[in-house]
Design a protein around this ligand. Structure first.
Ligand code: ADP
Ligand code: MG
Length: 485
C-alpha cells in the first residue's frame, strides 16, 4: 500500500500557488498531515491552535480542498485537529517549501546563491527523495474496470483501454484520452493499470498526476537528483500521466518529458495520457510534444446522456447499498447533467442525509432540496408566488390555468389527460417564445422534466399553430392578457 503522506509536500507546494506568501506562512507553515480514513474520503490534518483551525476553516477551506484533491482525489471531508507540531519534521518541510518556487531554466537557478544555500542545507540534513517509493504504483483501488460502467459515450475509449491493458506497448501507443472534468478519464486510465498488473504482475506501472511529475522534476533539479529522476522514469513500463495540460508553459519540464516519452515509446513501453483538450489545442505546449501525443490513439470521453446517467447511478446506488426507488434515480439523472463526479456528489449527500437521520429511505421533497429542483408541482406554485423574480413566468402559467379552467398542480403536474397536456405544452411554448427561457429551465419548472420533452412539446405547438387558426387565437389571448397584467 502507498505511504499515504508521500504527497503531502506536494499538496503544500500546490497550496502555495493559491494563497499569498504571507498567508501561507501565517496559516499553513505549521500544518501537518495526520492520516486519511473512510477509504480515503476523509483527510485529517493537524494545526497548532484552535484559532488557526477556525481561521483556516472560514477563509481558506476551498483552496485547501482544491490542493488536497489534486493528490488525494477521493478526499471530500476535512478534519482539522489541534495539535502541537513536531519541530524536526517541520523544519524539513520548511526547507522543502523554501525550495519550491516558479519554474525557471536550470541554468538560471544554478546562478542563484540563495537556492544554492538551501540545496546545501537539504543535502546535508535530510536529503529527502521526492520520487514515490519504487514499489508504489499509486493506483486507487476504486478505479477498476469492474467499477467502470460502460455506456454509449465511453464504449470506444473503454475498448481501447481494455486492449491496451491486454497488450501494453503493442496496440496503441500512446493512448491520449481527453474530455471535461469528472467524466472518468482518471478512472479509466487507472483501470488499465490495475488490469495490466493482473495480467503482468511484474510490470513496472506508475500512475503520476502531471503536477506531481512537474514538482518532482523541479525538486530533482534543485536537489541534484536528476540522474535518479531519469532512472526512475525511464524504467517505467506502463506510464500513466494524468492531466498533461499542466505541462503548459513549463518549458524545462516539457524538455525532460519529451526525452522520457521518446525513450519509453521507442522501447515499446506503454504510455497513456489524459487531458482536458485534444493535443493540438493545449496552449503553451511545444509542437514536438503535441504531435507525438497525437501519434497513437486519441479518444475523447464525452458527457453521458440521460440513459447513461441512469445506468451509472443505478450501478453506484447498488454498490453504496442505498435504497433509492427508480423514480428518484431518474430524477437525479434528469437534474444533474454535468458529469459523473456531480452524480456521485448527490449520492454522497443522500448517504450522509440517511445516515444522519437514521432513515433508510428518502422522501421526494428532501431529494428535491438536495437537487435544488422543484419536483412536486405544488411546491413550484409556492415558489412562484413567493418569488417576485418569477412574476413573468408566473403570469403566463397562471393565465394558461385560468383560460383552460385548470389549477396549477394539473398544468405543472404529469397528467396525460388531453386538455391538460395541451395546456401544459402551450405554457412551455410561451415560456420559450415570450420569455426566451432555456429548455432545461422550463423542464425544471415542470417537475424536472428532460429538456428533450420540452423541445418536443414546443415543436408540437409551433407546428400545430401554423395550421390551426383557433389555436393561434387561444395562444394570442393568453399571451396578451398575461403580459399586460
Ligand atoms: P476525470 O478524470 O475525467 O475528471 P474521474 O475519472 O476522476 O474524472 O471520475 C470522476 C468520478 O466519477 C470518479 O469517482 C469515478 O470513479 C467516477 N466515474 C467516472 N466515470 C465513471 C463510469 N463510467 N462508471 C463509474 N464511475 C465513473
Ligand atoms: Mg482526472
Amino acid at each position: 500500500m502507498p505511504a499515504i503522506n508521500d504527497y503531502w509536500p506536494l499538496v503544500l507546494a500546490n497550496l502555495k500557488d493559491r494563497v499569498t506568501t504571507d498567508n501561507f506562512r501565517a496559516w499553513f507553515s505549521r500544518m501537518e498531515f495526520v492520516k486519511t480514513s473512510n477509504q480515503g474520503r476523509k483527510i485529517t490534518l493537524s494545526v497548532p491552535s484552535r484559532f488557526n483551525k477556525n481561521y483556516i476553516q472560514t477563509k481558506f477551506k476551498p483552496q485547501l480542498m482544491e490542493s488536497l484533491s489534486k493528490y488525494y482525489p477521493q478526499a471530500i471531508h476535512l478534519d482539522l485537529v489541534v495539535n502541537t507540531p513536531k519541530t524536526t519534521e517541520n523544519e524539513v518541510k520548511q526547507q522543502v517549501l523554501a525550495h519550491i518556487d516558479d519554474e525557471q531554466p536550470v541554468t538560471e537557478k544554478a546562478k542563484k546563491p540563495q537556492s544554492q544555500n538551501v540545496n546545501k542545507i537539504l543535502t546535508q540534513k535530510s536529503k529527502p527523495s521526492y520520487l514515490p517509493k519504487e514499489n508504489l504504483n499509486n493506483l486507487n483501488p476504486r478505479y477498476t474496470f469492474e467499477t467502470f460502467v460502460v455506456t454509449g459515450n465511453t464504449e470506444l475509449v473503454h475498448n481501447v483501454a481494455k486492449a491496451v491493458s491486454e497488450k501494453p506497448g503493442q496496440s496503441y501507443n500512446p493512448v491520449y484520452i481527453y474530455g471535461g472534468v469528472g467524466l472518468g478519464k482518471t478512472h479509466l486510465m487507472q483501470a488499465v493499470g490495475h488490469k495490466a498488473l493482473e495480467n503482468f504482475p511484474s510490470l513496472n506501472i506508475k500512475y503520476i498526476p502531471c503536477e506531481t511529475f512537474i514538482t518532482q522534476f523541479q525538486l530533482a533539479v534543485r536537489n541534484h537528483q536528476m540522474s535518479k529522476f531519469k532512472d526512475y522514469y525511464r524504467s517505467i513500463e506502463l506510464l500513466l500521466i494524468d492531466d498533461i495540460q499542466f505541462l503548459s508553459g513549463k518549458e524545462a519540464t516539457q524538455e525532460e518529458f519529451f526525452h522520457t516519452f521518446n525513450i519509453l515509446q521507442q522501447a515499446n513501453k506503454q504510455i497513456i495520457l489524459t487531458s482536458d483538450q485534444p493535443p493540438n489545442e493545449i496552449k503553451g505546449l511545444e509542437e514536438r510534444l503535441s504531435s507525438r501525443f497525437a501519434m497513437g490513439m486519441v479518444v475523447d470521453i464525452s458527457k453521458p446522456d440521460l440513459e447513461a446517467r441512469i445506468a451509472i447511478l443505478t450501478d453506484k446506488v447498488a454498490r453504496m447499498k442505498l435504497n433509492l426507488p427508480d423514480h428518484q434515480i431518474h430524477a437525479i439523472a434528469q437534474a444533474v447533467d454535468t458529469n459523473i463526479r456531480d452524480l456521485e456528489g448527490v449520492l454522497n449527500k443522500i448517504q450522509a442525509k440517511l445516515t444522519f437521520s437514521l432513515q433508510s429511505t428518502l422522501d421526494d421533497s428532501t431529494l428535491s432540496q438536495i437537487l435544488d429542483v422543484t419536483e412536486p408541482a405544488s411546491s413550484v406554485k409556492i415558489e412562484y408566488l413567493s418569488n417576485p423574480g418569477q412574476t413573468q413566468t408566473y403570469k403566463i402559467t397562471s393565465n394558461v390555468c385560468s383560460y383552460f379552467g385548470l389549477n396549477y398542480d394539473e398544468v405543472l403536474g404529469s397528467s396525460r389527460q388531453k386538455d391538460i397536456s395541451m395546456a401544459r405544452q402551450i405554457t412551455m411554448y410561451l415560456l420559450k417564445t415570450e420569455l426566451g427561457m432555456s429548455y432545461p429551465a422550463i423542464g425544471k419548472i415542470f417537475g424536472g422534466r428532460d429538456h428533450s420533452t420540452v423541445i418536443h412539446a414546443i415543436n408540437k405547438i409551433t407546428k400545430l399553430s401554423k395550421r390551426d387558426t383557433k389555436l393561434r387565437q387561444k395562444i394570442k389571448i393568453i399571451k396578451n392578457t398575461a403580459l399586460k397584467k
